[in-house]
Each structure stands twice: as C-alpha cells, then as structure tokens.
Design a protein around this ligand. Structure first.
Ligand SMILES: *Cc1c(COP(=O)(O)O)cnc(C)c1O
Length: 354
C-alpha cells in the first residue's frame, strides 16, 4: 500500500509496564498511590451510566467553567482533552515552528514520538551534565518549544522567571510548558498568561488528581491558540471526552483541598525516601515531581530494575544514553516506600564486593 510515508517507520511511545496482576508494588508510571476524593469516588451511579446513551458536551463547558474559576481565567482560555498526551499530539500537529520543534535530549519520551508522527523536524537540546536545563539554550529558536516543568524523568524544574526569558525571546513561536508534575512542589507559570500570548500551559488529572485511568488533561493559553486547538479536536473527535470522565473532572476540581493535602503528603514521603536512598549510597537528583531519579554506583540501572522486579516492585528503567544507570521510582505510600528501601538494602548487600 502506498502512503506519503511508511507507517513501519513510526517509532511509537513505549508505555511503562501495566501488569495485570495486582501483586506488584507499582512505582513505575508515576500514578498517585491515593484514591480520588470521596466525593469523586461516589459520583458514578446507575443513572450516570444510563445517561451514557446521550453524547457528551463537545464544548466541555461545565468542566471549563470550573477550571476557569479555579485559576481566575475565562473558559475561552481553556482546552480540555482525553489526557494531556492528546493535547501534545494536537500541539505537534498544529503548531510546528518555522524550524520545527525543540525540546531537551532527556525528557518525556512522547515529544519525539509526536514529532515523528507529524513529520516535524526536531532538535534535542542537551541538558547540562547535572541534567539541569539552561534557559538560554532556548532563546530565539524559531521553533515550537516544549519543556516539561518539572522535567521528566529528572524532577528538576525551572522558575517562572527563567521561563519568562524563553517567552520573551520567542514571541513568534508557541512555548509549551508541560506541568504534569507541577503540584508536587514547583511553581506554575500560568500567571504569565496575562503577559504572553505565546504560552501554553499543559496539565493533567493523571498524576496529582488521581485519575490516570480516567484520561483527562487540559491546557491554559491564549484564546486564539485555544480556538485553534478546538478546531483540531472538532476535526477529529468532538466527543472525545466521555460523560463519566467529564463528571469526575468537575467533581475533582471542587475538591481542591483534598488534592493539595495528598500532594503535600507525597512531597513529605519523597523527602523521607530521598534520605533513605542516600543512606544506601544512592545518588539522587533533587526532584520536585512525584518520583525520584537515582543511581547506585556499582549497580547498573538494569540490575536495579530487574532485582526489584524479582522482589515484586516495579520501577522504570530507561535504557538510553546518559540515563541508563538510573531508575525512576514513583513515590507511593509510606508503607510502600518502606518496602522499597528494605528491598534496596538487600540488593545493595547482595551486590557489595565483600
Ligand atoms: C504523565 C505525563 C503526561 C501524560 O499525561 P496524560 O494526561 O495521562 O496523557 C504528559 N507529560 C508528562 C511530562 C507526563 O509525565
């Protein structure tokens, strides 16, 4: 079959393992260890399911109004989609810059996949040796700029001031700040929306809002950018968001206090886990996400991953340049992290030279 490019050349995203058995302590895909707020958990009942005979609201007005209230924005500044991956897909599809796209060499793996899918030429800008990002590397790019802040899988974050420098020097390009992990301690740059038309802030309900399986993401941006995103959505699947997820999303926004509380809890657990890992000889990147990126001199990343898996703990290992010695560990409950540190203690012992 002839096509304008060969599908066999597509390099799809490799998701983290989603085991069917529940026997693993699952610290590999940055899900939230806590359940959604009680009001969200109790929302779905037979009548909500009966309503599924009706199409969902393609404008997603109810959810947009709730989010607008939360951030002090207007609904016209908000786009909602089936997970933030969907939004990133639209961004690479609709907003490539004059010279394509740029993003860091070590970041969320899906950016490269979307660039390949939409045949957008891209440049991966190397992070510094300590994995920090130099904002000046992103000045005057004439490209779509995509930065995860905090970055994945390192957890390092830029300040809004640093992002402002990038916005100032790229007024003719869209600058996308992917804030999937911002609720775990970094500062959001959405207040810059009042000054910059070229900023798009992408958020998800998957991490800090305990709804990874609900598939819900949103973007905050300039009304004209949002209108273009709507055009792309209405050209593909206007009803992409199902009624149940929209209802769960609205109820979630109303429970802000609950989610702030569990995000603080996760930060505290992260701090304790970081200390425990360091006392076992790990080098740990100071993370502002709900995960830690760490390595243990003398034990390879692959070995750490496999040895933990044998002990029924799943973490993420990325067999790629610069980060192959690391594992990324999602922050779970205190109890899960105690099991993790006990398992790592055994692994370090088994691998000690004497
Ligand atoms: C998890 C993650 C996403 C995807 O979120 P969904 O809303 O579940 O699609 C996007 N960006 C980053 C950096 C992530 O870690």
């Amino acid at each position: 079959m002839s096509r304008y490019f060969s599908l066999s050349q597509l390099q799809p995203y490799t998701p983290g393992e989603q085991p069917r058995s529940r026997d693993y302590i699952k610290l590999n895909t940055n899900e939230n260890p806590y359940p959604p707020a009680p009001a969200v958990r109790n929302l779905l009942n037979p009548s909500a399911v009966a309503d599924l005979r009706l199409y969902s609201d393609p404008a997603c007005r109810g959810l947009k109004e709730k989010l607008a209230g939360l951030y002090g924005l207007t609904p016209e500044q908000i786009f909602v989609a089936n997970g933030s991956d969907d939004i990133l897909n639209f961004v690479f599809w609709g907003f490539p810059g004059e010279k394509g796209a740029v993003f860091p060499d070590i970041t969320y793996g899906f950016y490269k996949v979307f660039a390949g899918l939409h045949q957008v030429p891209y440049r991966e800008i190397p992070l510094r040796a300590d994995f920090s990002l130099n904002p000046r590397d992103y000045y005057h790019q004439k490209s779509l700029i995509v930065i995860a802040n905090p970055n994945a899988p390192t957890g390092l974050a830029l300040t809004p001031g640093e992002i402002q420098g990038i916005l100032d020097t790229n007024q003719d390009s869209l600058v996308v700040i992917d804030e999937a992990y911002v609720d775990f301690g970094a500062e959001s740059c959405y207040p810059l929306l009042s000054q910059y038309e070229n900023l798009l802030v992408v958020r998800t309900f998957s991490k800090s809002r305990c709804l990874a399986g609900g598939r819900l993401g949103y973007a905050l941006g300039n009304p004209s950018v949002i209108a273009d995103l709507e055009r792309l959505k209405f050209s593909t699947n206007p009803y992409a968001l199902n009624r149940l997820t929209l209802a769960l999303g609205e109820a979630t926004v109303a429970e802000e206090a609950y989610y702030q509380k569990i995000s603080r809890k996760i930060q505290k657990t992260r701090e304790n886990t970081e200390k425990a890992l360091k006392s076992l000889g790990f080098l740990v990147i100071p993370s502002l996400g709900n995960f830690l990126f760490a390595r243990r001199p003398g034990i390879s990343g692959e070995n750490l991953y496999q040895s933990l898996k044998e002990k029924a703990i799943l973490v993420r290992h990325f067999p790629q340049e610069r980060i192959g010695e690391y594992v990324r560990i999602t922050i779970g409950t205190d109890e899960q992290m105690e099991k993790l540190t006990a398992a790592l203690e055994e692994i370090c012992h088994e691998n000690s030279p004497d």
